[in-house]
Design a binder for this molecule. Sequence first.
Ligand code: NQM
Length: 423
Amino acid sequence: MSRQPPGAPARGGAGGVPCLVMRGGTSKGAYFLAADLPADPAERDALLLRIMGSPDERQIDGLGGAHPLTSKVAVVSPSADPRADVDYLFLQVAVDRPEVSDRQNCGNILAGVGPFAVERGLVPAAPGRTSVRIRMVNTGGLATATFPTPDGRVEYGGDAEISGVPGSAAPVVIEFPPGDGPLLPTGSVRDMIDGVEVTCVDNGMPTVLIAATSLDVTGYETPRDLEEDLALADRLRGIRLKAGRLMGLGDVTDTTVPKLTLLAPPRHGGAVTTRTFIPVRCHPSIGVLGAASVAAGLRIEGGVGEGIARLPERGDRVRVEHPTGFLDIDTSLDTSLGTIGDGRPRARRTAVVRTARKILDGTVFPRPADPALRSQPASPSQQTPPSPAAPPFPSAPPSPSAPPSPPAAPSEPHPAQPPGGHR
Ligand code: NQM
């Protein structure tokens, strides 16, 4: 269903583009029907840069919120896959670079996809509550989101609280079926990289687990303190590049995966304390699929979380502590040789409760096209942490037209990522 205003040029943006702005979990993004955007990925990405206001540290002329967690896009369409109702393509729009990337998934923005599908009439609301089956295009994985729909409309109000979001809202329960991909993409429970022991795990998000103390930090520092630690940043960069290759992701210099999570013992009754780099900025909380990978990684015997994490004796629930609270995630692993054949653990079940909220439903007007700006392949340098000495408003904002960019390469479907898994 296209909601292009009558008479407006289709999909070009000049007459505006129908858009729903939604908080999904602890992220915020612009949600679009695929039919309302150009079909060509390069044209689509160029339009999204103009809509979000990138590249510009403040994204002052667009919808973006000047942080990777508020510069996100969901593109939703009816699914041709009989296992799904809708397809969800996640796009990360860089803040200060002309880049749009489809090479990672986002479990927070995922929380808004079911409600959006009902809002736009892609899925009819069921009496009481509605389940929407979602194919996550970035990875090929599946998820089912269930949320209240009394009286045939999405109910956003409710009493579910999630850390990192003020107040409460209606719960969106997300279930992930087991993925096909390896939980341990390097084939090892531990790898030694640059003299540091790591566990590389992928239960929806490629993530490198590291004991904080092995990098000479406690793991209890604030994200800002960690971001300002340039020696730490250097070590993390080196570990990430090598881990990426070991995980079969190829050269990850220009991608936002794998993420890096520092582990420390829990301090508030949870299973573990985390500080997650996504991969340059330190997350103020933790991503959903990132937490799913952490929780699965902690359950793997012999992983670097052993001796750090305190897992509950019973049940699937793992409480992952993070800088602004905690995220509860249900995970269970299948470690039975007979079932999986190769003796390697696989995720059996992953589930999480998130919330989402419709903030704005309307027409977004992209800033005029600038021929010098084209989408480039994503680079983690988009996430340059703010300089401690930098004034809040740079006196000379970077000129968007300064670095002439090469023409956009069409986005590829996560070429560096191994198939399978619900990544
Ligand atoms: O891991 C941030 C977020 C995310 C991703 C990131 C996410 C997930 O918090 O599922 O949600 O890791 O870049 O939105």
